[in-house]
Design a binder for this molecule. Structure first.
Ligand code: IMP
Ligand code: MG
Length: 183
């Protein structure tokens, strides 16, 4: 385990089993359609690639990059840093997110996407922190519900660190207090 991690919340094995289950469910639900999976960068990277490997129906992939977090705190102001390459008009869209926390990012994205007239939009998130919710967001597919803790790994970062960890863990308080960065 990385020395900055105090506790592993979800192991690599648990993630792998759950991601496969989600992919099977989605493949079944969207049978006969060709959904577009929109990965929300950067946190979605591991989840999206692992999920897609187990999707058994035809699909497209696109990306958005949103920004709202600084350290362990959400600024509450969501911005589009990178937009979709393709139109989603009349498409079945599955948003692939690392974590739904306050829900503000997903509220922003749903609002933004709805104006582009897709056929449907659903949210698929690796982690769901329902206790942290500030707005009511309906999550169709969730890997794991977790308590209101700041987590890292499997794509999730603290100051752009720890995305590479293959498990999901909680960083030590001392590391947060030191505000560790690579810069
Ligand atoms: P929101 O609060 O639901 O808008 O979450 C916005 C984004 O903040 C998520 O998509 C993550 O990228 C990031 N985020 C929220 N909670 C955590 C966390 O516990 N660890 C790392 N990133 C997080
Ligand atoms: Mg995210």
């Amino acid at each position: 385990m990385h020395t900055d991690i105090g506790e592993v919340l979800i192991t690599e094995e648990q993630i792998s089993v759950r991601v496969k289950e989600l992919a099977e469910k989605i493949s079944k639900d969207y049978k006969g359609r060709c959904p577009v999976f929109v990965g929300v960068l950067k946190g979605c990277v591991f989840f999206l690639s692992d999920l897609l490997k187990h999707i058994t129906i035809d699909c497209n992939v696109d990306f958005m990059c949103l920004s709202s977090y600084s350290g362990t705190q959400s600024t509450g102001i969501v911005r589009t840093v990178l937009d979709l390459k393709e139109s989603i008009e009349d498409r079945d869209v599955v948003i692939v997110e690392d974590i739904v926390d306050s829900g503000l990012s997903m509220e922003y994205l749903l609002h933004n996407f709805r104006s582009r007239r897709p056929k449907s939009i659903k949210i698929c998130t690796m982690l769901d922190k329902p206790a942290a919710r500030k707005v009511n967001i309906s999550v169709k597919y969730a890997g794991f519900e977790i308590p209101e803790k700041f987590v890292v790994g499997y794509g999730l970062d603290f100051n752009e660190l720890y995305r590479n960890l293959p498990y999901i863990g909680v960083i030590k308080k001392s590391v947060v207090e030191k505000d560790k960065t690579c810069r």
